[in-house]
Write a protein that binds this ligand. Structure first.
Ligand code: ATP
Ligand code: SF4
Ligand code: MG
Length: 386
């Protein structure tokens, strides 16, 4: 978990470290397969002023040692809520979480907060989009990394301070000894995110969940930070759950991808094959919005309409009001996520027809099915910034 949750007074942190290590060791001992995390049929609902609203439905995924699973989808599709539910960070008085979350084979759903805090401290680290909100503004970067080390029983304060500098060096921060003595506001955005990665690594987690870790950075720094995150996790065999809305990032970073839409996974599979030949209309449209050399001169498309609000998910296939391939049945029948072989699965009633080359539905048929117009051309300049 974010280092903020591991910030305990020095005297207390040693005791906390022992029980935290014990909790993670217990989890490790019970883990029998290569998957670090296995989420099955995760459902998340929120209690709101207008009643209980389900925002994530039957989401299942796993991430193996050293693997990177990217979860992609437009804003509001349920990526962050799924991640927060996985690590028990949704407020219990607001969220109802059901299903199964196994970390190293051990069920985490239903565990008390005190236990989850230990697992988050030692087994799972999280990197957020905006490091400033996760870093303590009144503690130096070096001290914050040292706190993680002490909390995990990896030395006393003296040795931890020296080790903190080594971690800053590992994440390629120039002049690490000087930077260790600085406060978060004295570092650039890219450096702060590197420091967050250093803190995440200092916990020696089995799983890192990175929620839009580079969105706040400029494009060149984004590439460097992602490369660093991927390299360090691969070298250490850490599982990486990377949440992003940017398929360009996925192409460069992920082994596998899960595409989310309106609280459900609509397609999943190995990154290389899914990006080369997406099978569901939603993924097809998403992929055609990535700028690429092959598609130069063809323009980029956007998907018309917006992700529906969870209070108003459409009947049948949730994508049907925006789908170019929609037919009447799509508004009535909710497709299931079905395996199509090669590690891939697709949620679409017309997946077979589309795979055989079906063309988008005629405008009249689409209108009858409540379906969408053809995607509009996006100004190339705006999209190229992604
Ligand atoms: N505490 C809450 N109470 C009610 N609804 C919520 C709450 N938190 C999130 N939601 C809703 O759950 C849905 C999924 O939100 P989530 O933050 O997971 O989206 P996301 O895919 O991460 O989007 P983004 O790319 O913008 O971060 C949204 O419709 C959001 O409004
Ligand atoms: S073709 Fe129908 S089922 Fe498939 S994505 Fe479009 S609306 Fe959904
Ligand atoms: Mg989010």
């Amino acid at each position: 978990m974010s280092p903020r949750t591991t910030r305990t007074p020095r005297a207390a942190s040693r005791t906390a470290a022992v029980s935290r290590t014990a909790a993670v060791s217990r989890a490790k001992a019970t883990g029998r397969n290569k998957n670090v995390v296995e989420v099955t049929n995760l459902n998340v609902s929120f209690r709101t002023a207008t009643g209980v609203i389900k925002v994530v439905e039957n989401v299942s995924f796993s991430v193996a040692k050293g693997e990177c699973l990217a979860v992609v989808g437009e804003s509001g599709s349920g990526k962050s809520v799924s991640a927060l539910a996985t690590i028990g960070l949704l407020a219990k008085n607001q969220a109802i979480v059901e299903g199964s979350v196994k970390f190293l084979g051990e069920e985490l759903l239903g565990k008390p907060e005190s236990y989850m805090r230990k697992i988050r401290g030692g087994g799972i680290s999280m990197i957020f989009q905006e490091p400033l909100s996760a870093l303590n503004p009144v503690t130096t970067i070096g001290e914050q990394i040292a706190e993680v080390l002490v909390a995990h029983d990896r030395g006393n304060w003296k040795t931890a301070n020296a080790k903190a500098i080594e971690y800053l060096e590992q994440v390629e921060i120039a002049q690490p000894a000087r930077r260790a003595k600085q406060y978060p506001h004295e570092l650039s955005g890219g450096m702060r995110q590197r420091a967050m990665i250093a803190m995440a690594l200092a916990g020696e987690p089995e799983l890192i969940i990175a929620d839009e870790p580079t969105t706040a950075l400029d494009v060149t720094i984004q590439a460097q930070v992602l490369d660093l995150l991927r390299r360090t996790t691969r070298e250490r065999g850490t599982a990486l759950l990377l949440i992003t809305h940017d398929l360009g990032v996925v192409a460069e970073t992920a082994d596998r991808v899960a595409v989310m839409y309106a609280g459900q996974i609509v397609e999943e599979g190995p990154a290389a094959t899914l990006l080369r030949k997406p099978a569901s209309p939603y993924a097809i449209d998403l992929v055609s919005s990535i700028p690429s050399y092959e598609r130069r001169g063809k323009g980029l498309s956007t998907i018309s309409g917006n992700v529906p609000s969870p209070a108003h998910f459409p009947t049948g296939c949730r994508f049907h009001p925006r789908c170019r391939f929609a037919v009447a049945a799509c508004a009535k029948t909710m497709p299931q996520l079905e395996s199509t072989g090669g590690g891939r699965a697709v949620r679409c009633l017309r997946a077979d027809e589309i795979a055989r080359g079906a063309r988008p539905t005629s405008t009249a048929k689409r209108a009858a099915a409540g379906g969408a117009k053809r995607p509009v051309k996006a100004p190339a300049k705006r999209k190229a910034a992604r």
